[in-house]
Design a protein around this ligand. Sequence first.
Ligand code: GDP
Ligand code: MG
Length: 160
Amino acid sequence: KKSSLGETKIAVLGMAGVGKSALCVRFLTKRFIGEYDQASENKYKCATTLEGESVTFELLDTRSNNDDMGVRDDVVRWADGFVLVYSVTSRQTFEVLAEVRRRLEDMKKVNHVPVILLGNKADLAHVRQVTQDEGARLAAELSCSFMEVSASEDVTKRLG
Ligand code: GDP
Ligand code: MG
């Protein structure tokens, strides 16, 4: 399936509770919103600028359970790329992602499935279970890029 950047489809995967929905809502509204439908699976049309060009893409916030992490046939077939999310406060949510990546490679039948790794809830330093180094090491194993983020904090403010 070939698609231009303008119609790229991205699915957000990871265990329940890692903050997939909060991150999507934050990305779309620039706000942390506690009140949203926790159970639903939402597909969004997004527009942003990339290297000075405006691009559109579709974003699927999967409704994952802790058996499938959102990795379902229909989702994997639909998406061109994947955001793998764990919570830095839960080692289990981190450890399952190597298996998620393996499943994606098996199901997608292409040499390199584009993924990015996000360690969410970086604001909860006092209950952290996964270090930033461990995140970076997993990203190196998966040959993908990696960022620690927080859906609840305005990161641009912190950097600025
Ligand atoms: P999902 O099941 O992966 O979609 O997770 P949700 O987006 O529903 O988030 C699960 C819970 O974690 C909710 O109570 C969120 O408010 C909370 N949460 C999500 N992201 C963050 C974050 O970055 N920091 C903190 N402190 N809480 C978060
Ligand atoms: Mg959700």
